[in-house]
Design a protein around this ligand. Structure first.
Ligand SMILES: Cc1cc2nc3c(=O)[nH]c(=O)nc-3n(C[C@H](O)[C@H](O)[C@H](O)COP(=O)(O)O)c2cc1C
Length: 336
């Protein structure tokens, strides 16, 4: 008998799919979502996801093996679709017997979904529009995450509440949909579950967990911040389309403006092409995030955070965070 009967009942399809006790994913966070946080999330009944980010296939191989050594429970691997070695990374997941692969950062390239399904793993996809979501679910996606612009990291233009109203009534009966972006408390989880979501994905709320290896200065910045401090990056040149990133405002925010001007000049002088320009921008973010998460340089690094950062009040164990979320959801449903 579960301690959270109403919430667990609404999460049933999601937790069956993930193989976890609760259908709460900790979204992959580059540098943060490594063996320690991922295993802690899965051991606490949630579903951890390794952020492959810019890792090489060898590094990913090591990280998966190390995570398996820390948890016997299911976890996933998040691969960025524009990674130049995407298919080698998929081979690593196959070799390691990964059960769930999340494809993030763009439309999955031809053959990638098939390559993942070929070794029996489930594929979780993101989609910015309903039409694309339907297409991806038709062509092999097993579950969908909709992520609103309240989220931390790279974001789309639409809020979670609007995405939920657009996608859930259309898809929830026949498909597995998880909702992400701006979730800080269980009452919000209850609301999305009642709308038909089978589970949720949170990032910001877990970044400061005791088990997270993020630098103490990074965690301190999160604990101090309010929702309004988590702002989106600005595109300075209309010819250089950059995906907006939500992060706490600091000096690094301005450095991104300078980086865009530098890359736009290279485009102007035809020293580089658009694909290379976008890759340079993504490398900038990966480096800036590392500076903040690992080195603790909270001035110049990138403090990617969602608007729910205002609800991060202290460093606490993953199990406590998950319990609070489930308690709040259950109490909300009990009041209905
Ligand atoms: C510090 C940080 C790094 C992130 N890195 C990634 C990433 O590498 N890949 C990815 O798909 N999502 C990334 N995300 C998004 C999360 O996986 C998750 O979807 C998001 O945090 C959910 O919204 P929330 O922050 O409002 O909880 C990142 C988020 C944060 C806060």
């Amino acid at each position: 008998m579960t301690a959270f009967p109403k919430t667990s009942a609404l999460m049933q399809r999601g937790s069956d799919f993930l193989g976890s006790e609760y259908a709460i994913l900790c979204g992959a966070m580059s540098w943060v979502s490594e063996r320690n946080l991922v295993s802690a999330i899965s051991n606490a009944g949630g579903f951890g996801v390794i952020a492959c980010g810019a890792m090489t296939p060898d590094l990913l191989d090591t990280e998966i093996a190390a995570t398996k050594a820390l948890t016997g429970r299911p976890f996933g691997v998040n691969l960025i679709t524009m990674h130049p070695a995407l298919f080698d990374l998929i081979d690593v997941c196959a070799k390691q017997g990964v059960t769930h692969v999340v494809l993030a950062g763009g439309i999955p390239p031809k053959g990638s979904v098939e390559a993942i399904k070929a070794f029996g793993a489930k594929v979780i996809v993101f989609a910015p529009t309903l039409a694309l979501a339907k297409k991806l679910l038709r062509s092999g996606g097993d579950a969908l995450v909709i992520e609103g612009m309240e989220a931390g990291g790279h974001i789309g233009p639409v809020s979670t509440s609007v995405l939920a109203q657009e996608f859930l009534p259309a898809l929830a009966d026949d498909h597995l949909v998880f909702v992400a972006g701006g979730i800080g408390r269980g009452e919000a989880i209850a609301g999305y579950l009642e709308m038909g979501a089978v589970g949720v994905q949170l990032g910001t709320r877990f970044a400061c967990a005791s088990e997270s290896i993020a630098h103490p200065a990074f965690k301190k910045a999160f604990i101090r911040a309010n929702a309004r401090d988590a702002i989106t990056s600005v595109q300075v040149d209309p010819r250089l389309p950059v995906i907006p990133v939500r992060a706490l405002k600091n000096k690094g925010t301005e450095e991104f403006t300078a980086k865009q001007i530098e890359v736009a000049r290279l485009l102007d002088s035809e020293s580089i092409e658009m694909g290379e320009a976008q890759l340079q921008i993504e490398h900038f973010w990966a480096g800036a995030l590392r500076k903040a998460v690992i080195d603790g340089d909270v001035e110049n690094g990138s403090l990617m955070a969602g608007q729910s950062v205002g609800m991060v009040k202290q460093e606490e164990p993953v199990a406590d965070i998950i319990r609070q979320l489930m308690d709040e959801s259950e109490a909300a449903l009990a009041r209905r």
